[in-house]
Design a protein around this ligand. Structure first.
Ligand code: MOS
Length: 753
């Protein structure tokens, strides 16, 4: 019996290169004669640049060029070419839309000289009063963001007013979440170099092809002339999904100087020019019968976007599908404020929205005197209430049950402040986790060489999530080769399009494409074998053959006679065998998988199921009643994400999500000065994130039931669901410990004393 790689808790393929420093990140690529770019940023948040004086800076030693709106390359609008952080290009006009906007770029032969010269660039402005506060600007609301349809944003089902009054118990509460920043360890960085009319970008990106398309459009090039290389990404979380202006500036500066230009954002700059999670204010109205059954749910979100974007937090999406409620109204209202653009931030909408919904469910449980888990069980949605479709696979009730058991929920005494340990107040809280299961098209090249090595190439990226590893696991199992012989090459736009790594879609999209490529390659190999008179497989049909340990075996003879792949290739005089597969999960491949389905509006088959992952989050907090300090002492996260491809990398994904949820609940908050919209907390001393002593052991439990409909692997994505529900579970635990309901994140000590 062969060793199965899928599902094992295997070490990362990229672990050794990472810990030995051999993994090359964007700014580390050894590009000869590279020069350095530093951007100058606006010091106002709204207005116009009257003049920029670059004379003193230009005199400094080593300065090669200084670009401003007065002399910058004209770039084409690229907002329709893919996912872009700003709907306008940098340095194209004199307008300032937010604090920290790039207004010039200085290029010099060393980083120090570029920094020095950048300090001497002097701008004068005609400043206007910026819009900072969502509440003050809401009336100027505009058409909501373009990636979601009107129907998803504004959902009405049943009779909301009648439903609200029909309940025996009603609550109406307002919750808010602040601006938060991603802060990956690796800052954004670009090395741009031109060779004639071909541009190479050494980047850190969640989407090679998205970047390629946008940059090509901006510079008027065919996409094939832009080459994006990003073998390792030091964390993404959404902020490396869209293309940001500094990449344009690096390419522009490289063209201007004729040199390879390196541009690395500082940690301070990471707070203003690469997106953030927008602020939200959310009103939840719930009504329920005495037995806890919800009669109505209204979720009204107000959130913000920038003057140069349309992206917003879609907080209400989970509210449309999480519970079986007959009467629903979900609305979003968006204001433009003078902040940098919001962008996807680990579970956009699904981290923020369920904070409000799952806090409100806890409040309702107290009103009704029903256990919070029981309340959720009574409102369990057996089918997706938003579209009436069956879930492809859903084990949420089991998540509640197993989580309660592992956590020891039965020890909870419901009364707030009723559990103590010495002078500390103890609180138990829980919440539901949910995230849509996304998948996209992906293409893969796979090559089996005559020496038995297997190479997989895909233009996808590993954000630190484990892509290298799970790709190798899938290829090894399906192709029947030891995982050590699989070489996974990703992070290069010369490889076939693997799609963007966003919305937790990479494993669920690239994984099945690798599976399909391996099956195709296996069939080609079998074809050779059955025509090889010296092969054991000679004259057999493919379904009589098995593939394992680099050999073709006959099914019925098990471990008996076999042919080495290497022998088959050698005798056929083939140096290698190749397969190229492109898989579109929403197209005909999906139709084959699901049987006949009627086509939707776009000509593609209508999705036969609702695709979602679920989970349950359980938190224990210890609160110091005198200091208001909250310590998270235990955390249990139970996840139903289909088949687990790798228990080690999957656990890390969930733990990382929980850690961020902990930061969201208790620490993270980007502060803007209300007078001038300037960012006050622009470093990791002022912007707090959890560090090791803040984080307890996080127990992760996987249901590990393959999703039979989603894809050939039965695996759904896992990057984002870990954060969902965490802030609510913690806020609910804090309420249980202290009797104080904090509805505005983060829950800082001053709010508890
Ligand atoms: Mo994720 S926030 O969709 O990169």
């Amino acid at each position: 019996m062969t060793v199965v790689a899928i599902g094992q808790a295997l070490d990362r393929k990229d672990a050794l290169p990472k810990v030995t420093g051999k993994a090359v990140y964007a700014a580390e690529h050894p590009v000869p004669d590279v020069v350095h770019a530093v951007t100058v940023q606006s010091t106002i948040a709204k207005g116009r640049i009257v003049s920029i004086d670059t004379r003193a800076a230009a005199q400094r030693p080593g300065v090669l060029t200084i670009l401003t709106h007065a002399n910058a390359t004209k770039l084409a609008d690229a907002a329709d070419a893919g996912m872009i952080g700003e709907d306008r290009q940098p340095l194209q006009d004199d307008l300032v839309h937010y604090d920290g906007q790039h207004i010039a770029v200085v290029v010099a032969d060393t980083l120090e000289r570029a920094l020095d010269a950048a300090l001497l660039v002097k701008a004068t402005y005609e400043a206007q009063r910026p819009d900072v506060e969502l509440e003050e600007t809401l009336d100027a609301g505009f058409a909501p963001e373009k990636f979601l349809t009107e129907d998803e944003l504004q959902v009405r089902r049943g009779e909301i007013t009648a439903g609200l009054t029909a309940g025996a118990v009603q609550i109406e509460r307002i919750y808010s979440t602040p601006v938060e920043h991603h802060n990956p360890m690796e800052p954004h960085a670009t090395i741009a170099s031109w060779d004639g009319d071909e541009l190479t970008l050494r980047e850190t990106t969640q989407g090679l092809y998205n970047m390629r398309g946008i940059i090509a459009k901006a510079f008027g090039l065919p996409p094939q002339k832009v080459h994006v290389i990003s073998p390792y990404v030091g964390g993404g979380f959404g902020c490396k999904g869209f293309v940001w202006p500094h990449t344009m500036l690096a390419a522009m500066a490289a063209r201007e100087t004729g040199r390879a230009v390196k541009l690395v954002l500082s940690r301070q700059q990471m707070f203003s020019v690469i997106g953030h999670r927008g602020r939200t204010v959310q009103m939840i109205s719930l009504a329920a019968a005495k037995d806890g059954r919800l009669t109505a749910l209204r979720h009204a979100t107000a959130t913000e976007t920038s003057e140069v974007s349309t992206f917003m937090e879609p907080c209400g999406l989970a509210s449309t599908m999480l519970y079986a409620v007959p009467n629903i109204a979900v609305t979003h209202k968006v204001a433009r404020v003078n902040k940098g653009s919001p962008t996807p931030t680990r579970a956009p909408g699904e981290a923020t929205g369920p904070f409000a919904l799952e806090s409100a469910m806890d409040e309702l449980a107290y009103e009704l005197g029903i256990d919070p888990i029981e309340l959720r069980v009574r409102n369990h949605a057996d089918v997706d209430p938003s579209n009436g479709k069956a879930f492809s696979s859903k084990h949420l009730l089991e998540c509640y049950r197993r989580g309660a058991e592992a956590f020891g929920w039965s020890r909870r005494t419901p009364q707030p402040r009723s559990m103590r340990d010495g002078r500390h107040l103890i609180g138990f809280g829980m919440a539901t986790a949910t995230y849509p299961a996304n998948r996209r098209s992906a293409a893969v090249d796979m090559t089996l060489f005559a020496d038995g090595q297997l190479r997989v190439r895909c233009g996808t990226q590993d954000l630190g999530t484990g892509t290298y590893t799970i790709v190798a696991q899938v290829a090894a199992d399906v192709m029947g080769v030891p995982i050590g012989q699989v070489h996974c090459e990703i992070g290069d736009s010369r490889f076939p399009n693997g799609g963007i790594s966003g919305g937790s879609s990479t494993a669920a999209s690239v994984g099945p494409a690798v599976e399909a490529a391996a099956r195709t390659l296996r069939a080609k190999l079998a074809e050779l074998a059955v025509h090889d008179p010296r092969a054991v497989a000679h004259g057999r049909a493919e379904d009589q053959l098995a593939f394992a340990e680099g050999r073709i075996l006959l099914n019925e003879r098990g471990g008996g006679a076999s042919d080495l792949y290497t022998d088959i290739l050698r005798r056929a005089n083939r140096p290698s065998l190749e397969a190229h597969v492109s898989l579109d999960p929403t197209g005909t491949d999906a139709a084959k998988l699901h049987g006949a389905v009627s086509p939707g509006n776009d000509g593609k088959p209508e999705e036969p199921f609702s695709w979602h992952s679920f989970g349950a989050q359980f938190a224990e907090v210890r609160v110091d009643p005198d200091l208001g300090e909250v310590r998270v002492s235990r955390f249990v996260s139970v996840q139903d994400i289909g088949r687990v491809l790798n228990h080690k990398t999957a656990r890390s994904q969930i733990q990382g999500g929980v850690v961020w949820g902990l930061g969201m609940a208790l620490m993270e908050h980007t502060v803007f000065d209300r007078r001038n919209a300037r960012i006050v907390t622009r470093n990791l001393a002022d912007y707090l994130v959890p560090v090791n002593p803040d984080v307890p052991d996080i127990e992760v439990i996987f249901i590990d039931e393959p999703d039979p409909h989603f894809n050939a692997l039965g695996a759904r994505g896992i990057g984002e669901i870990g954060i969902t529900g965490v802030a609510a579970a913690l806020a609910n635990a804090v309420y249980h410990a202290t009797g104080k309901r904090v509805r505005d994140l983060p829950i800082t000590p001053d709010l508890l004393i």
